[in-house]
Design a protein around this ligand. Structure first.
Ligand code: ADP
Ligand code: X2W
Length: 311
């Protein structure tokens, strides 16, 4: 005779099944460095920031070593508007005057970084705030952009051309979660700092740390191969397939997909872009069979890098 379980017991068994489903991933990622890029758009909601902080602390307790690189585009724009400082984007980058750079630095370091550190530290003393200016973490070089075939001067905007990750390693070894602002000292002009796109800064750091995972949170479900056709969501794409698709992408996705490609080309095992509007999307991506968002994998791994595929 079949036993009929009380509803509460069936519910408890289902919860246990969810926990046990995470076991292979807990084993696979034990001690792994996961670089997570948190965008300013996700931070406009206190609930999402709170859930993000919980996820970082969860990863840390689950045996991973999370490292956060954050943006703050909307927060910078809001402050510039308040101060009456004009700001425009060209080719996906903010044209940054010296006056705007002072604001970018203040907002990223003093506001966004501090808020993220505080949110994580509500769960214990885990987070430590850093910027690319600290301990020679990033070295930047000015860059321009090509818009409609013409090179545009972006002002104090740069790429990260060198990373010295010793301070980040020291923080990780101390059991801390580094939270890093995307600002870089200009390697060519001492005393000058550059505004770096946060996706690019996160990718450079993931490569330098030899991270196993690189996650970018954004405000869509993932990469669409035929944007804005909602039926074209890509769940897995190889580095070469992405290289081919990249020239056809529109502005918002270009820095993100370039960052993912550079990470995978640089040796990061698995990069993914996931929906930061979904609370706890990071936990779904890291610990569940379905995964979510779009995974970018090295060419030899032409499928979802699940536990089975690695054996
Ligand atoms: N192929 C594509 N797939 C998904 N999103 C795309 C694509 N092309 C352009 N986008 C746009 O890119 C946006 C994400 O970039 P962005 O707004 O810079 O994000 P964030 O604020 O998270 O850094 C999406 O909201 C979408 O409007
Ligand atoms: C050069 C450049 O454009 N820098 C970005 C840095 C912040 C960023 O990248 O923030 P999100 O990740 O929230 O977009 C900016 O000034 O907005």
């Amino acid at each position: 005779m079949a036993t009929v379980l009380p509803a509460s017991t069936a519910e408890a068994i289902a919860k246990a099944a969810v926990l046990i489903e995470a076991l292979p991933w807990l084993q696979r990622y034990h001690g792994a460095i996961a670089v997570v890029k948190f965008g300013g758009n996700a931070m406009v909601s206190p609930e999402l920031t709170r859930a993000f902080a919980e996820d970082m602390v969860f990863l840390r307790h689950a045996g991973l070593k999370p490292v956060v690189v954050h943006g703050g585009g909307p927060q910078i724009s809001a402050r510039l508007t308040e101060l009456g400082i004009a700001s425009e984007f060209r080719g996906g980058y903010r044209v940054t005057t010296p006056e705007a750079m002072t604001v970018v630095r203040e907002v990223l370091r003093g506001e966004v970084n501090a808020e993220l550190v505080d949110s994580i530290n509500e769960h214990g003393d885990f987070a430590i705030g850093l910027s690319g200016e600290d301990s020679s973490l990033f070295t930047g070089r000015k860059r321009g952009a090509v818009v409609d075939g013409e090179t545009v001067d972006l002002g104090l905007v740069g790429d990260v051309v060198a990373v010295d990750p010793h301070a980040v390693h020291a923080a990780i070894e101390a059991g801390l979660i580094p939270v890093i602002s995307s600002i870089a000292p200009d390697g060519d002009t001492p005393g000058q700092v550059l505004n770096v796109n946060a996706d690019a800064a996160a990718s450079a750091l993931a490569v330098a740390l030899k991270a196993d995972k690189f996650l970018i949170l954004t405000d869509v479900a993932g990469l669409y191969s035929d944007w804005p056709n909602r039926d074209s969501l890509v769940s897995v794409i190889s580095a070469d397939e992405l290289r081919e698709l990249l020239p056809s992408l529109e502005s918002g996705m270009i820095p993100k997909m370039t960052a993912c490609l550079e990470a995978v080309d640089g040796g990061v095992f698995n990069a993914a872009i996931i929906d930061g509007r979904l609370e706890h999307s990071i936990l779904l991506e890291v610990f569940t069979r379905q995964g979510i968002g779009t995974q970018i994998v090295a060419n030899e791994t032409n499928s979802n890098p699940s536990i089975e595929d690695e054996s």
